[in-house]
Design a protein around this ligand. Structure first.
Ligand SMILES: [Zn+2]
Length: 368
């Protein structure tokens, strides 16, 4: 029995999207859908084409009705996968994810082109990195327990900004049964004591990040008591769309960590986007015949693929430790790699030999 092709999945999606197509036969539906299908990009089509490998759907024998009834052991798009998720839902969210990625890449391409057109290489790009005490892969709903968070800024012409950066450790909120795992991570990987007296509760970390975004990225003064900025401030009242970049391979984890810290995605005061997208956008403007893909750029920037010396680029806490997983060092590496490849593409970039450590953001009088 044949496996349905990508076009089949597209047809079923359209059937669901357009109520008046719902009762059309497959022959007629196929004609109605062809124009829309032809307008899809190769990447969009790929989403549908990939579904034939993952859906478990098998086409019924010729002459049988395609949708609205299934043969024994078969399923249609109204069915569920082995985890009970609606196939249609999976399909729609995969499509939405591709659309989102494409929109972001386009946004970054325009941003880079804009900067190049205006000869503006001073624009600072903020980058964020996070680590985890643990991620509970085995629980039905994964719990992310964020550990260290660093944010830093760089621009093409000035390199890494020595002042606009922050580094903080979260006090872990450990799911039941995971204390040993967290302790082991602290000892072996993160190189922080357990319990760690410099670590702050999520709420304080959230306020600290919020204030950092307000002060440095938006350029708005924050009340000294640490509360959210009130309405009396005159400058920059218009809310700006703040973007902080992160490595695409660790982006999902970073976003989940921020969700934990900010108690919900809607509270995160900025949008996370792919560092590879913005770097590749600048890169491709300079290289007419040797354009890179975002995925290849992601590989190039990945700190795990490099044998660079982390020395002198750890945060205050980690500088005394032996090979810790330190977000400050990881960020330094991402930024340095970005500057290096853009330098190689022909931009005049500033790469400093030694990247200074960020000031500790833990208040001196802080008590556990
Ligand atoms: Zn560190």
């Amino acid at each position: 029995m044949p496996k349905p092709n990508g076009y089949y999945f597209y047809m079923q999606a359209m059937r669901d999207e357009k109520p008046h197509w719902r009762n059309k036969g497959n022959g007629e539906l196929s004609q109605l859908c062809s124009e829309g299908w032809n307008r899809l990009t190769a990447q969009e089509k790929k989403v549908y084409n990939d579904m034939k490998h993952s859906s478990g759907i098998v086409l019924p024998k010729p002459g049988k009705k395609l949708v609205g009834g299934t043969e024994k052991g078969e399923t249609d798009l109204g069915g569920q996968d082995s985890l009970g998720r609606s196939l249609l839902q999976i399909h729609l969210s995969a499509e939405a994810a591709v659309k989102k990625r494409e929109a972001e890449a386009k946004f970054c391409a325009e941003m880079a082109q804009n900067n190049v057109n205006r000869d503006n290489f001073m624009q600072e790009f903020y980058v964020i990195s996070t680590t985890n005490y643990c991620i509970t892969e085995e629980m039905e709903k994964k719990v992310y327990v964020p550990a260290e968070v660093s944010i830093a800024a760089f621009s093409l012409s000035n390199g890494v900004n020595k002042f606009k950066k922050m580094n903080v450790f979260c006090k872990p909120v450990i799911p039941f049964g995971f204390t040993l795992r967290v302790k082991t991570s602290c000892e072996k990987r993160l190189k922080v004591p357990y319990p760690f007296e410099d670590a702050l509760p999520y709420e304080e970390v959230a306020t600290m990040i919020y204030n950092f975004v307000q002060e440095h990225i938006i350029g708005r003064k924050v009340e000294t008591n640490g509360s959210k900025a009130n309405g009396n401030i005159q400058t920059n009242e218009k809310p700006k769309k703040v973007i902080i970049f992160t490595h695409p391979n660790y982006r999902e984890t970073c976003e989940k960590n921020l969700e934990a810290i900010f108690d919900g995605a809607h509270n995160i005061p900025f949008q996370v986007m792919s560092l590879a997208d913005i770097v590749v956008a600048f890169f491709n403007i300079k290289t007419e015949y040797d354009k890179m893909t975002s995925a290849a750029m992601g590989d190039y920037l990945d700190h795990k693929r490099r044998q660079l010396d982390y020395k002198d680029r750890y945060c205050d806490h980690h500088e005394k430790e032996d090979a810790p997983e330190c977000t400050t060092a990881i960020l330094a590496m991402w930024m340095r790699s970005s500057l290096e490849i853009l330098g190689s593409a022909g931009y005049k970039v500033k790469i400093s030999d030694k990247i200074s450590k960020p000031k500790s953001t833990v208040p001196e009088n802080f008590t556990w």
